[in-house]
Design a protein. Structure first.
Length: 162
């Protein structure tokens, strides 16, 4: 999937026009289907699955999906973090559904050190104004990320919230 987004070629983009480094509605729908089918047994979203979404996000400079990938990324990462920290989470199908708002099931949590270090590193790699980075930080910290340029960055909110 990541290769298809980077190059615009391969089996995930076969039969359609796809520009390199672009996420479109079909890409997002495919990612969601893969995540939902992989968790049919109630499995939490794995670190590897969350990493794959972060990697796709990092290479996709353009979005043509109406914000759906950012929504999917936020929900998948928050679901991974919450389950890795022992919190109950809804099924993948419910949690990742575009119609289900993140704040309907996510809540601020105490994140263990290992998960926190991983999440901080991945969020720091995202652009400061990233919709998904802001949603992730708000969901797990319970605080609205800063908007003004003189306020702390999204990533440093983890330090403030701790």
């Amino acid at each position: 999937m990541c290769r298809g987004v980077i190059t615009g070629e391969g089996p995930t983009v076969a039969g359609r026009v796809h520009f390199s480094r672009t996420i479109d509605a079909n890409d997002t729908a495919l990612c969601a289907r893969i995540l939902i089918l992989a968790g049919r047994g109630g499995d939490p979203i794995s670190r590897a699955e969350a990493e794959a979404l972060f990697d796709i996000n990092a290479v996709a400079a353009e979005r043509r999906d109406g914000g759906r990938f950012d929504d999917l990324l936020s929900k998948a990462v928050v679901r991974h973090v919450m389950s890795a920290c022992g919190r109950n989470v809804p099924s993948r199908e419910i949690a990742l559904a575009h119609a289900t708002p993140l704040d309907a099931w996510a809540s601020a949590i105490d994140i263990n050190t290992e998960v926190r270090c991983w999440l901080e590193m991945r969020v720091r790699e995202m652009s400061a104004g990233s919709v998904s980075a802001r949603a992730i930080v708000k969901a797990v910290s319970g605080r609205e990320p800063p908007k003004a340029p003189n306020e702390p960055t999204v990533a440093t909110l983890f330090d403030i919230a701790a």
